[in-house]
Design a protein around this ligand. Structure first.
Ligand code: ZN
Ligand code: FE
Length: 255
């Protein structure tokens, strides 16, 4: 049976996601920022929560953990290397073994830099990956606990997944990410076309999520530090990949 993903907008610009399969009665929420929107989304679909998955410890991704665990008895799954900072964690996971969601297998990718123990859950048979605050639509997370080299290694790990993986990230930052992308790669035709679509969606308050990994590779500047146009814009034609990546991140921080 197929997994269904439902977006649950939380706080001002977070997304939690319901992940469920009618056949086996399992229902997970990924990165619940707060309990109430998750409760409402479950009730509207007649679902009972069985699992809570966290990509990292930040409060806007774990704020719903304890209330939802108390209410539903849900099992909390998060990065093993960050047990002390994941509220209510029951199961710690890392990339040494997949995590099994009933019949569905999630490969765990350790993708540190936004936080030192950030993980992604990749359901490769279903082409679904939850990237938290590491890979955004046309952007990447801030380097709170890591270096440009660490983030580039993490993003490179995600880039080795299949191009048709659907990317579900932690925030609706797409429009501002795209505006930044256009400043460094204004002649990227794929980027320009995508921005028109994103602007139309956001004008109607529609989500821009999910994207696909293939589309990110064509339009996300943080996956494109080897683009000749980006290098020319930054006057870094001969710099190494990580140096260009680091400069992109610095410019986005100040954008
Ligand atoms: Zn975060
Ligand atoms: Fe966040």
């Amino acid at each position: 049976m197929a997994l269904t993903v439902d977006l649950v907008p939380c706080l001002s610009d977070n997304y939690a996601y319901l992940l469920h399969d009618a056949a086996d009665g399992l229902c997970a929420v990924v990165d619940p920022s707060e309990p109430e929107p998750v409760r409402r989304a479950l009730a509207a679909r007649g679902l009972r929560l069985t699992h809570i998955l966290n990509t990292h410890h930040h409060f806007d991704h774990t704020g719903g953990n304890i209330p939802l665990k108390q209410e539903f008895g849900a099992v909390i799954v998060g990065p093993a290397k960050d047990r002390a900072r994941i509220p209510g964690i029951d199961v710690g996971v890392d990339e040494s073994a997949p995590w099994q969601f009933g019949p569905h297998t999630a490969r765990i990718l350790e993708i540190p830099a936004h936080t030192r123990a950030h993980i992604a859950f990749a359901f490769e048979d279903e082409n679904i990956v939850f990237t938290g605050d590491t890979l955004f639509a046309m952007g990447c997370g801030r380097l709170f606990e890591g270096t440009p080299q660490m983030m580039w290694t993490s993003l490179s790990k995600l880039m080795r997944l299949a191009d048709d993986m659907r990317v579900y990230c932690g925030h609706e930052y797409t429009l501002s990410n795209g505006r930044f992308a256009l400043t460094v790669e204004p002649n990227n035709a794929d980027l320009r076309a995508r921005m028109k679509e994103v602007q139309a969606l956001r004008a109607q308050s529609q989500p821009t999520i999910p994207s696909t990994l293939g589309l990110e590779k064509k339009t996300n500047p943080f996956l494109r530090p080897d683009s000749p146009e980006i290098r020319k814009t930054l006057a870094m034609e001969d710099a190494d990949t990580v140096a260009v990546f680091g400069e992109l991140r610095r410019r986005k921080d100040a954008f």
